[in-house]
Design a protein around this ligand. Structure first.
Ligand code: ZN
Ligand code: ZN
Length: 212
């Protein structure tokens, strides 16, 4: 059984936590949310000696998905995720990126949409897909049950939750997603979020002001 490793590469003016996750000893991996700054991402891939086999997207926002199409071309790997409900965001990345000053953005057509209950993998690292709408309608969380960690995108943050004032967002839906899908994963589960420091489900359950 492989062990999972991960490094965070902050990308775009939004300091979005692009994450490179891979197996040890196999060193086969996935890039999650390559929003931009592909040179930084490729440097991390090279430094860690990882063979990237997949690109995974947690949702369709500009800081998470804008670099995915170009990275796919460079690495010749498929894009998996997010949920189909974020199609309208992925089709407008070029226009949105221009407004935010993110260079080199391209619209994205995933090779595979993800849905609740799906399972994706690299090497023998498997991630269960949880559809968690509310921040965006097509947000997904990726959960590695074996090593008890999750990649949550902008659904949940350390001490906060994702914003819900963007197109397709809804705060009640977001809080319901967190309470019905993330909190039941267990207090010991740690997570990497789209912005800011990592945390654990237990810490957020006890202290996050949006979940009390
Ligand atoms: Zn977002
Ligand atoms: Zn974000």
């Amino acid at each position: 059984m492989s062990e999972a490793r991960a490094v965070i590469i902050p990308v775009t003016p939004f300091a979005q936590n692009c994450t490179l996750v891979w197996s040890e000893p196999g060193k086969r991996g996935a890039v999650i949310d390559p929003g931009g700054d592909l040179a930084e991402i490729e440097r991390a891939i090279e430094q860690n000696g990882v063979t990237v086999e997949k690109i995974w997207l947690t949702h369709g926002h500009v800081d998470h998905a804008s670099g995915a199409a170009e990275l796919k071309e460079r690495l010749r790997v498929p894009i998996e995720g997010p949920h189909r409900a974020d199609l309208f965001l992925l089709q407008n990345l070029v226009e949105t990126a221009r407004a935010f000053g993110i260079a080199g953005a391209r619209n994205v057509t995933p090779d595979r949409w993800l849905d609740q209950g799906d399972r994706i993998s690299v090497d023998d690292l498997a991630f269960d897909v949880l559809h968690c709408p509310g921040h965006s309608p097509g947000s997904v969380v990726l959960f590695n049950a074996q090593q008890r960690f999750a990649i949550v995108g902008d659904v949940l943050f350390s001490g906060s939750i994702g914003r819900s004032d963007l197109p397709g967002g809804d705060q009640r839906t977001l809080i319901a997603s967190i309470k019905t899908k993330l909190l039941p994963l267990g207090d010991d589960v740690s997570f990497i979020c789209g912005h800011g420091p990592t945390s654990t489900i237990g810490h957020e359950r006890a202290t996050n002001p949006f979940l009390q």
